[in-house]
Design a protein around this ligand. Sequence first.
Ligand code: MG
Length: 216
Amino acid sequence: MAKNGYELVVFDMDGVLVDVHSSWAFVHDHFDVTNDHSLEAYLKGEIDDLEFIRRDIALWKQKKEGISKNDLKKILKNVPIMPGYEDCLECFKEDGFKTAIISGGLKPLALMIGKDYFDHIKANDVDTDGKKLNGEGILEVPLNDKGKVFDELISQLDISPEKTVSVGNSFIDAPMLERSGLGISFDPADEKVRYAADMVITEKDLTKVWKTVSSL
Ligand SMILES: [Mg+2]
């Protein structure tokens, strides 16, 4: 029993642990490209997650032939971390929480920021032929089905949903927030995530997440 009956805390990454709305879009901005067309096609159901990722990677390869995973990591090192990140996670760890990231964002970034704090990291990645990006994606978190990834994780950990806290900032996170004993929308980007949440934090300060959980 970690705190107030909660044992596991699950975080979305983009817009929650890092202060950018999308880690993929952060790389697009770096290369001065946009994926508006494929985003529209994805939202209409015309392409699946892996095709969406493939098209994103193709945009980068057009700008930098032979782009490597290290090149990508160098770009992602500039992503700003959300204020309060370390304090918040240290408190959860000290209190014995199991911790997880479930993100549709880039796994290299999740590993960079999260390896010291998170027991489980689910996110999406680029495939390589050793070093260079080969154009394919590695899908762990379908954008339209974070609920399934959440269900699989808690079943693997043998934790019931009411003993979990989920934190997210967009409609993509709503299925996690609805399933969790405590759903927190952090700096919410849309109405759907607000409605799915039990608590709303409007300040960009992750220590508020810890304070919310520990004050219940
Ligand atoms: Mg997000």
